[in-house]
Every structure is written in structure tokens, then in C-alpha cells.
Design a protein around this ligand. Structure first.
Ligand code: URA
Length: 183
């Protein structure tokens, strides 16, 4: 099997979809290669594209706060996105972009082999669970796909615009802490 560094090198020059034209950096993902928890967001935004690291903007600041409710720090987990390159003006990922890019996420998941996959928001949740059920119904519930436990949570960016979501998100991260402690 490939190492994460080998996969990262492969992806660094990817031209498989048109998003490469607008990118500054491929955002491969970052964190502990032996993590129990793999966190999957949607796609890089402006700051992530510039810095080459996921969740470094406002949503990332809030994600760091949320991780503490689960007893986790960034260095404990691995953080990646469904898409590795920034869509123009942060538009939603297109189905063909997801299809083209997803083998990279699949390979990352195989290499890291986490116990838990935490999906942030609708795109990531629907992609991982192959479901049409939305995040509003699935958040905070333990799901399973193959050998992975999947725990969907609202996307932290949603709570930046809608502060009423924060209590729910914090509760979901507390639930994640209990799951990590009991399994
Ligand atoms: N939102 C995401 O889904 N991923 C990032 O890396 C940053 C913001």
C-alpha cells in the first residue's frame, strides 16, 4: 500500500478536473496518519487554497473549538475534504468533480484506516453514506459504512452564520467524546 506522503506527492500535480486551473495549492489534508478519527469536510475555501491546509479560515477556528468538546486536538485527528481543490467562489462541488476526486479520499481513508469518520455537512455525509437523507436528520447519530463508524455533524461554517446551531454542534461533539471513550 502507498504511504500518505506518496499519495500527497501524486495529488500535488493533479490535472484530472478543471479545478486545477484556479488553484494555488492542492489541499491534501493534515494530521495524525494513525488517527482514530478522520474528519471530512467539503472543499477548500480561499484561505485553505492559499495555505494548502484544510480548515484554517473562520470555519476552521470554530472546528478547533468544537474538537475540544470531544476531548480532541487537531494533532489527534486527520482532517481532509471531499474535494482537494477550491471550487471558484466557493460554489458547491459538482457531481463530476466529486466523482473524479473521490478516489483520492478513498485511498486516504484506506491508508489511515480510522475507527470513526466524522462527516461535516451535507456533501461529505451524503458522499460517505451514499444516502439522500440530509444532515438535519442524520447529525449526531452513529452510522456505519463498511468497517467504519460514521458520525455526521453539521458543517462548522453553518454555525458561523446561524449561532443557534452552536449548541447542537457542541452537543454532537460531546456525544462523539462518549463514543470514543466507550469503544
Ligand atoms: N470548509 C470545508 O469544507 N473545508 C475546508 O477545508 C474549509 C472550509
Amino acid at each position: 500500500m502507498m504511504t500518505l506522503d506518496e499519495l500527497k506527492n501524486d495529488i500535488a500535480t493533479c490535472h484530472k478536473c478543471p479545478l486545477w486551473e484556479g488553484r494555488t495549492n492542492v489541499v491534501f489534508g493534515v494530521g495524525n496518519p494513525d488517527a482514530r478519527v478522520l474528519i471530512i469536510g467539503e472543499a477548500p475555501g480561499k484561505n485553505e487554497d492559499l495555505q494548502g491546509e484544510p480548515f484554517v479560515g473562520a470555519a476552521g477556528q470554530y472546528l478547533n473549538e468544537l474538537l475540544a468538546f470531544a476531548g480532541l486536538e487537531r494533532k489527534d485527528v486527520f482532517i481532509a475534504n471531499v474535494l482537494k481543490c477550491r471550487p471558484p467562489n466557493n460554489r458547491d462541488p459538482l457531481p463530476e468533480e466529486i466523482e473524479t476526486c473521490s478516489p483520492y479520499l478513498r485511498e486516504q481513508t484506506r491508508i489511515i484506516n480510522p475507527e470513526f469518520i466524522v462527516t461535516l455537512g451535507n456533501f461529505s455525509t451524503k458522499f460517505i453514506l451514499k444516502t439522500e437523507v440530509g444532515i438535519t436528520r442524520l447529525h449526531g447519530t452513529l452510522q456505519q459504512t463498511g468497517r467504519f463508524k460514521v458520525f455526521p455533524i453539521f458543517h462548522p461554517a453553518a454555525a458561523i452564520y446561524d449561532r443557534s446551531k452552536r449548541e447542537v454542534m457542541e452537543q454532537d461533539f460531546r456525544t462523539l467524546r462518549r463514543l470514543l471513550e466507550s469503544q
